[in-house]
Design a protein. Structure first.
Length: 138
């Protein structure tokens, strides 16, 4: 069995961003040489997320509005976590959007359903963070 590991690094300009990382994950898969197996992609920071969904700007806009309603950033004083910090909402948004995804690899390709893409979700941006890509298989 083959095993491949790569870290992808991001430093977003905004506090909240969604980045399509499918091309980077596909490149990792090509480099791994795995034809049949699994790809794990997970955010290595507790105010970031990895999720699968449609790459459609209206949907991403709706996600941002919905998440802000669920866990508004302001006022930061509403959160106990924020004694000296301002990212409690980022922790909560991550819980909703998820830590990781696992995608099957079939014939050397990510085995997606229609419209599926992999995204990095940032909820406390403007600093360097990483995503782990781990691929196992034959």
């Amino acid at each position: 069995m083959k095993s491949f590991r790569r870290e992808l690094w991001f430093n977003t300009k905004n506090r909240i961003e969604f980045i399509n990382i499918t091309p980077q994950v596909e490149e990792c898969l090509r480099e791994s040489g795995v034809r049949e197996g699994l790809v794990l992609v997970n955010a290595m920071h507790i105010t970031a997320s990895v999720f699968i969904n449609d790459d459609e700007s209206g949907l991403h806009h709706d996600f941002k509005l919905w998440l802000e309603k669920l866990a508004p950033h302001d006022p930061v004083s509403q959160y106990r976590h924020n004694v000296g910090e301002d990212n409690a909402d980022g922790h909560m948004k991550r819980q909703v959007m998820g830590r990781e995804v696992v995608v099957a690899v079939t014939e050397g390709k990510l085995d997606f359903g229609p419209w599926e893409q992999i995204f990095y979700g940032e909820f406390d941006g403007r600093r360097r963070k990483r995503v782990l890509v781990k691929i196992i298989g034959e």
